[in-house]
Design a binder for this molecule. Sequence first.
Ligand code: SF4
Ligand code: SF4
Ligand code: SF4
Length: 353
Amino acid sequence: MPDLAGQIRAAARELLAAGEVAAVLGFAPGPLPMTTRPFAARTPAEADRLTWNGFCVMNPANLLPEILAAVEPPRGPKDPPPEGPLPKVAVVATGCWSRNIVVQIQEGRVRRERLVILGIPSRGMIDRRKVLRRVGGREIRRVEEGAHELRVEGPGLHETIPRWEVVRDNCRTCVHPTPVVYDRLLAEPVERTGVDRYAQVAEIEAMTPEDRWAWFRREIAPCLRCYACRNVCPLCYCPTCFVDDSRPQWVGKSLDPADTALFHLLRAYHCAGRCTDCGACESACPMGIRLRLLTKKLEKDVLELFGTEAGLDPGAPLPLAAFRPDDPDEFLTAGPGGGAGPEGPPPREEEPA
Ligand code: SF4
Ligand code: SF4
Ligand code: SF4
């Protein structure tokens, strides 16, 4: 297994010492076992704090715009922009994170020339809830990650867990583990084929509409509306999110199930054609809600309808932000319940006098 943490630190030290970048965005160890936190090294000495392991589950693309702004020379609101190129930032990127960076480039959030992308072909990140379930919720004080197993230790606990069994659901069904854009690739590319990407979605699609609605209500019932899922998502950067708007108030502030359902449905639609299934939202959720299943369904629909996936090509327009004459429009001409059909809408019944 390559020493990725060592390679990230070495690349960060080199880039910072040469002045090629003003910061390297990666991860530092978290306060508890099985946790990490985003960390931006600004000096070669700080690069030694960077780490890498299967618990790096936050998507660093989410922080890129702010870090890029933070390394620009300070200037007042009326000062002209500085002359010459702006400082660069290096960022670690797995397959899905690199695709989120591509989406940010497509959406004008970041500029490619200001980035140095340290690509990491991903073996899949670990779901700490799955680890906790495996050890029956017992206290874990130390986790050592090997190539194919996790050694977990705590009071009276010494267990070896096959790594793949506790990998996150999104990583188990990922078909783009190798970054699609990078400046340096820190390990050999990984290919994954023969994956049934949409098995979980197909199970839900097979339900009757009533059962599907009941499933959805059950799944989101524990939601606290803490918005951690929204806050960690690199797609959710609206200056005012629809859930925070008060004029008009699209969504109530209470835990009313209708408001919670509206939040989840609207957020999922806002991510359609943009979501890379990075799983950061699900990893951040304190209630273990599988909210990725909504965005995964929309990923499947966009692939079937538009033949494209988010973030694979920086030069391509976003599928739902561009118009093509051959775009699917059956929902206009033959929607559920019969729709209008090619002959146009049925004649209106005369209103009774
Ligand atoms: S949920 Fe929608 S409105 Fe809110 S931040 Fe995300 S994309 Fe924007
Ligand atoms: S919606 Fe979730 S899975 Fe999709 S890009 Fe955002 S954080 Fe990642
Ligand atoms: S992180 Fe979980 S609990 Fe919080 S708003 Fe999102 S789904 Fe609800």
